[in-house]
Every structure is written in structure tokens, then in C-alpha cells.
Design a binder for this molecule. Structure first.
Ligand code: GLN
Length: 219
């Protein structure tokens, strides 16, 4: 069995549960999925194999984490090699070492990924929208069976800079305003982040991708 924890403080966590369950059905019969919620330091158990940090509002979530003594145990859990973490939207912001309004993280975020994010990159342009993102990763292309995916963006961030080669780009989206491709999904070691909300699309490929990482990492 594999156990996935979902940080259930605020935001779209129910949808993640549904998508995980759907994705697990594509894994075959011998994989049993358990989902557990993470709200207190005691919930951050060593036995959890994978963790999802959902979207919401990153300032609110980071204040909650600090006040409830979750920040340090979470950070430690994420940095344990056996564990796989996936942050969506606000989760991406929390995982990033740098953001545009708070250079050098660590204080108000988990500061794990060597990325710089712009917290409301797309929010400046339009509150929410759907756009075809371009998949850059071969394994993802195989799972999605396409090189694009319908991304749902809600006041979404974007990765404006990767700080070193350890960060690999999983997907980009063409940005009309700057006329460039911006990074909306990345991976560094066992940590994945996406700016859009794959839990809001019927296609559960991203959850399947995450679960496969969790399984491969556990073996
Ligand atoms: N831009 C938001 C923030 O700063 C994130 C939005 C989201 O998670 N949907 O937290």
C-alpha cells in the first residue's frame, strides 16, 4: 500500500482526493492507496510516502504552518529522500526558495526548490483561465498521451527563473503578454510543482505521474 498525505488547511484538497483515487485505479490491482490528511505536526508521519500541498492562498497557508508548528517538521519530511512532494499553485509558491515579493525564502515559505516564482504572474492579466500547456517531459507525454494538457489557472503563479540545473522543466505555457513560454511545472529531485490545478480537470494523468514517482521511490 502507498500512503498519500494531503495538507488540508485551505483550498482545493477534496478534488485531489478524487483525482488520486481515479489515478490509483490505473495503477493495477496490487497497489492499494491510502489517503490521510495533514493538519497538525503529529500528522506528518514518516510512513507517509507522498504529500500534496494544494492551492489556496500562500500567505494564509504559510501563517498557519508557522503558528501551528508545522513548518519545520514539514520541511524535514520533504527533504527526506524517500518522500515525494507535489505542490500545486499556492503549493508551488510555498516550495519555492524565492518569490517576487519576498526574495530568499525560508522565512515565509518551505523554501525547498531552487526556483523563483512570481506569485500572481497570471493573476495580473486575468483571474482565471484555461490554456493548453506544453509538456516537456517524456514520461508525462507518455502518460498524458499528448504533448499538451488543458491547464486550469486560478490567480496562478509561474516560475520566472530556475536557479540551477537540478530543476527540470515539466511544462510551459505561451504567455501572450511577454510573448515567451513561461514555466508552469517543474521537478527537482523528489519535489514536483505545478502552477495550474490538475485536480480540477477530469484527466488524472498528473496524479498518475505523481503516484508513479511515489511507487518508484518506495521500491
Ligand atoms: N497566487 C495565489 C497566492 O499567492 C495562489 C493562488 C492559488 O493557489 N490558486 O497564494
Amino acid at each position: 500500500a502507498i500512503t498519500i498525505g494531503i495538507l488540508e488547511i485551505q483550498g482545493a484538497f477534496l478534488e485531489h482526493r478524487v483525482a488520486l483515487t481515479n489515478a490509483s485505479q490505473l495503477l493495477g490491482n496490487n497497489v492499494k492507496l491510502q489517503i490521510t490528511d495533514v493538519r497538525t505536526p503529529d500528522d506528518i508521519k514518516e510512513e507517509i510516502d507522498g504529500l500534496i500541498i494544494p492551492g489556496g492562498e500562500s500567505t494564509t497557508i504559510s501563517i498557519y504552518l508557522r503558528r501551528n508548528g508545522l513548518e519545520q517538521p514539514l520541511k524535514q519530511w520533504i527533504q527526506t529522500e524517500r518522500h515525494v512532494t507535489w505542490g500545486t499553485c499556492a503549493g508551488m509558491i510555498l516550495l519555492s526558495k524565492m518569490t517576487d515579493n519576498q526574495k530568499i525564502g525560508g522565512q515565509t515559505s518551505l523554501a525547498i526548490m531552487d526556483t523563483e516564482v512570481s506569485r500572481n504572474y497570471f493573476g495580473r492579466q486575468v483571474q482565471s483561465f484555461e490554456a493548453d500547456i506544453r509538456i516537456k517531459d517524456e514520461q508525462l507525454k507518455e502518460i498524458i498521451q499528448n504533448d499538451t494538457f488543458p491547464g486550469i489557472f486560478i490567480r496562478a503563479p509561474a516560475i520566472v527563473k530556475t536557479l540551477n540545473e537540478e530543476v527540470s522543466i515539466l511544462a510551459t505555457v505561451p504567455d501572450q503578454i511577454s510573448n515567451t513560454d513561461v514555466i508552469v511545472a517543474a521537478k527537482q529531485g523528489n519535489v514536483i510543482s505545478t502552477a495550474f490545478h490538475p485536480e480540477l480537470t477530469e484527466d488524472c494523468s498528473w496524479h498518475l505521474y505523481f503516484l508513479r514517482h511515489v511507487i518508484n521511490n518506495k521500491i
